[in-house]
Design a protein around this ligand. Sequence first.
Ligand code: COA
Length: 264
Amino acid sequence: MNTSFNKLVYTKENGIAAIVLNNPSKYNALELDMRKELKTALEDAAKDPAVRVVVLKGAGGNFSAGADIRAFLEWTPEDALRTWNELGTSMVLSAIIRNMRKPVVAVVEGYCLGGGFELALSCDLVVAAEDAVFGLPEVNLGLIPGGGGTQRVSRIVGEKKAKQLVMLGERFSAAAAEKMGLVNMVVPKEKLDETVKNLVDNLLSKPPVALAAAKEAVNAALETGLSAGLRTELNLFASLFATEDQKEGARAFLEKRKPVWKGR
Ligand code: COA
């Protein structure tokens, strides 16, 4: 199935939903129309049982230069709150990504700034090309990140580095992002498609219910204290013993063959 929106391209094929931010002349800046379409596409991918993996990228060699700065000219605090509550990354888009029971992979090349970076950080895994340029430049606009940047980056890189990134607003390379743990892997641009395909194929080869539980358990680690997180992990672990795939996984191991997953 191919569904074209105005500001993004959404396709579903062979268990993979691909969402491409598509406004290259503005470096895929996250305009409100694009955010609405992104919300619709993410919701569709989340609820479609045929979709097993979601891939999010940008058209024209860049991921996204972030929120639409033009719109900010006239905003009041009330506008900011209302709009970000309805269409913001931290309150809405990342919640759909976090709660969907399948992996979401961000594929980053070129500029990945501000809200674009926050969107990539909301995904489960991030693959970057060597040319990717990251940054949270909001302070240079008299702002701070408002799509989860301060909270996510602090959890990944720790206080000192987070303050450096958020207070100085400087751009940094894909290599630096990888060193700080902000992306999973960095590959030469010409290897990006092949790397993403291998990663997606790898994810598609996993038992879907266990994959969803793995995502939920790690998400819980970011939301709760250790005791509550350990309880969540144990409950998820135990729940998997009710699945056919768990029995198949154990049986296939003992019979020295590849498991055949049923997704239940
Ligand atoms: N919001 C709205 N428009 C944006 C944009 C954004 N975040 N980022 C880029 N654009 C627009 C520019 O206004 C310009 O529009 P125009 O052709 O109508 O003049 C067009 O995209 C090209 O951008 P330009 O700055 O001329 O290109 P460049 O190659 O010199 O620089 C960037 C590219 C990405 C480094 C630069 O555009 C930039 O810094 N963007 C803003 C990044 C940012 O601060 N994001 C956080 C937002 S809170």
